[in-house]
Design a protein around this ligand. Structure first.
Ligand code: ZN
Length: 573
């Protein structure tokens, strides 16, 4: 790992404006620089680069990041190469691996390092397991593909990871999801006798594992790392990092059911493929994919599980699908999954199926009419009832209109009649206030963090002594405060880099987009001080409440002097 202090120095040394200007010529506009966005098609510039924040941000497609992020997304470099490239520009030498202080090492072990060490271990074990190799071969996978996806093997046995981690009791191992502690406090390896698939996020950070059984009697068949600070299933997509280039080249992405599908399609050189990780497709997934392509094709197995996964994916996508995006559905026949289909037919035939996949609205109609012939009035009412919430959710106004039209033809009704029957609200007037409402409900703590990142000078030493809790927002607040207090050289980009090593990327992205969209005309000082006061107050109330709860059940005589004093002061107010 490249030491974080170096990344920090790098982000303070290079100028994101220079870096981007060499690739995308920028024009000065007020305090910032602008250009037409290199990440989406546009005629008027909505791509903005801030020299003070050392960040770029596109108001059109939402692309954003630091100088490192730009080299990754624009030049297609991986993280390490991007750092080397920037170091060259800045005249710095990238220091060699792990030379950090021991206490820092321990903290870092909490996150990625533990996973990286485990990954290496699993890979070694795969080489030594004829059984696991045989299984992968039976699925048609070659050694090259196994290596490319860093596939490994977790052997049988309860404490194998002890070989890698001498300190098996380290809580980091539990926090990273590698080790489980049972009710009696006994610790054991989470993954046993499974093929291991490392899961990377889109930035190339190892965030977790998926494990598939090789003994078909074991359950569950697929088993993933639990949610951790780094890994949140509703955000991550397996294979996205490796698939990005192919997605851009092909112009569409295939979303399949599992990591085995991704790997076996890669084996047939179909590489624009990602998978969800044991959850339904969420609107976060859709939004993430929309950054890379306007065409998303779901390819699920033809069995019942596949069908209901597709229906859920459709429902979860509706609010994210804009007029610029096409969602399609591809169903293979009952006996096939993507892998078996390609093996029996060909890559070309599979891609042909993808090209002819069913568009979203057509899929909805097919699904709802498979057991409904629409011949009776009752059947038509049932259909309208089912279709109404779907139309209601559709974020794309054009699509919603065309969908309605299609339904009116299907039911032999005029558009007016449909409108009267289902009273679809006008999306445009409905969406705006809802978004505003959402902004207002940003938690107090989150808002505190956002203002702090924008104005690190407002920090006070005592901010770290607030009794921060365990919620994600409060962990974020603590991390920000520590970073700013410990390190005098910081800018927005280096603060975010620090945070992205400690938290889920999409969580941080959400904070980033609020920081980048912040109206710079507003002076935040009073608001910030107010928020700090509010947080302290609510902490005090919570602490009083728990003290009071503890006292409530005791008789007055048994109270300690402190408790009596507390009670007296509390009742005085
Ligand atoms: Zn853009």
């Amino acid at each position: 790992m490249i030491p974080e202090s170096f990344i920090n120095e790098l982000l303070n040394r290079v100028d994101v404006v220079d870096i981007i200007d060499k690739r995308v010529p920028l024009k000065k506009a007020g305090a910032n620089f602008v250009a037409c966005c290199p990440f989406h098609q546009e005629k008027t510039p909505s791509f903005s680069v801030s020299p003070s924040k050392q960040f770029y941000h596109c108001f059109g497609c939402g692309a954003h990041g630091s100088a490192i992020g730009f080299l990754i997304d624009h030049d297609g470099l991986n993280f390490i190469d991007a750092v080397h490239e920037l170091a060259k520009v800045a005249g710095l030498t990238v220091p060699n691996q792990i030379d950090e202080k021991p206490e820092k090492k321990k903290e870092n072990l909490v996150l990625e390092d533990a996973l990286i060490l485990a990954k290496k271990y699993y890979q070694t074990k795969l080489k030594g397991s004829p059984l696991a190799i045989k299984y992968l071969k039976s699925r048609g996978l070659t050694g090259e593909i196994a290596k490319e996806f860093s596939i490994g093997f977790a052997p049988e046995g309860w404490n194998n990871l002890n070989e890698v981690f001498k300190d098996y009791d380290n809580d980091a191992l539990i926090k990273s999801g590698l080790i489980v502690k049972n009710d009696k406090g006994k610790r054991y390896d989470r993954f046993r006798n499974r093929i291991m698939f490392p899961i990377y996020n889109a930035k190339g950070q190892l965030v977790g594992f998926g494990g598939r059984v090789i003994d078909e009697n074991d359950t569950p068949k697929y088993y993933n790392s639990p949610e951790t600070a780094l890994f949140q299933k509703s955000y991550e997509l397996y294979g996205l990092l490796a698939a990005r280039k192919a997605i851009r080249e092909k112009g569409y992405v295939l979303v399949v059911e599992g990591y085995m599908d991704v790997v076996s399609l890669a084996q047939h050189n179909i590489r624009n493929v990602v998978a969800t990780l044991g959850t339904a497709t969420t609107n976060f997934h859709i939004k993430k994919l929309m950054r890379y392509t306007p065409e998303i094709i779901f390819c699920f197995d033809g069995d019942n599980a596949g069908k209901s996964a597709a229906w859920r994916a459709m429902n979860n996508s509706l609010t994210s699908v804009t007029d610029e995006v096409q969602l399609k559905f591809l169903f293979l026949s009952d006996q096939h999954d993507p892998d078996s289909y390609v093996r029996e037919n060909s890559k070309e035939q599979f891609e042909g199926l993808a090209k002819n996949a069913t568009p979203l609205t057509e899929y909805v109609i097919q699904y709802l009419t498979q057991n409904n012939d629409l011949t009776s009035q009752e059947a038509r009412v049932k259909f309208l009832n089912e279709v109404e919430p779907i139309m209601d959710e559709m974020a794309s106004s054009k699509l919603a209109f065309l969908f309605k039209k299609r339904i009116s033809v299907l039911l032999d009704l005029t558009l007016n009649e449909i409108d009267n029957l289902i009273k679809v609200k006008n999306k445009k007037t409905l969406k705006a206030p809802m978004q505003q409402l959402k902004r207002q409900t940003t938690s107090v703590v989150k808002r505190f963090v956002i203002l702090l990142i924008l104005n690190p000078k407002l920090i006070e030493k005592s901010d770290k002594d607030i009794s921060w809790g365990e919620s994600l927002d409060e962990q974020l607040a603590q991390a920000c405060i520590l970073k700013i207090l410990v390190d005098e050289n910081h800018n927005t980009a280096s603060i975010f880099h620090y945070l992205s090593n400690r938290f889920d990327n999409d969580f941080i992205d959400e904070i980033k987009s609020q920081v980048l969209n912040f109206d710079e005309e507003i002076s935040p000082i009073n608001e910030f001080i107010g928020l700090r006061e509010k947080i302290k107050q609510s902490k005090l109330q919570a602490s009083n409440k728990s003290k009071l709860d503890a006292i409530k059940h005791k008789s007055f005589d048994t109270l300690t002097p402190e408790e009596k004093k507390f009670l007296k002061e509390f009742t005085k107010r």
